[in-house]
Design a protein around this ligand. Structure first.
Ligand code: SF4
Ligand code: F3S
Length: 104
């Protein structure tokens, strides 16, 4: 599966949702997640994210992000249409410690 990590927080560009063939992105207040059981591993979303927040779970130490993505994808609504990024997206892209800004 692929997952969304904390660099999506406070950016939420949403370019990713336009390309997913199975519509498995789910939207929280300030980030998206991927449902790990619905993702078919096609990889097309990864290069579309301007914040480089989409990673394959084959990278090291991804288990916590898979569980994070699973948890919130089961709570949040699906998103299938691109919308405007969050207002400070450019400024926030790549900032450290974004997990503290996460809102459920
Ligand atoms: Fe969707 Fe493919 Fe990205 Fe998985 S890897 S979230 S199926 S676009
Ligand atoms: Fe987030 Fe990147 Fe999608 S910032 S909303 S994962 S395009």
């Amino acid at each position: 599966t692929y997952i969304v990590n904390d660099n999506c927080i406070a950016c939420k560009y949403t370019d990713c949702v336009e390309v997913c063939p199975v519509d498995c992105f789910y939207e929280g207040e300030n980030m998206l997640v991927i449902h790990p059981d619905e993702c078919i591993d096609c990889g097309v979303c990864e290069p579309e994210c301007p914040a480089d927040a989409i990673r394959p779970d084959t990278e090291p130490d991804m288990e916590k992000w898979v569980e994070f993505n699973r948890k919130y994808s089961e709570m949040w609504p699906v998103i299938i249409t691109k919308k405007d990024p969050l207002p400070n997206a450019e400024e926030m892209d790549g900032k450290d410690g974004k997990i503290e800004l996460f809102s459920e």
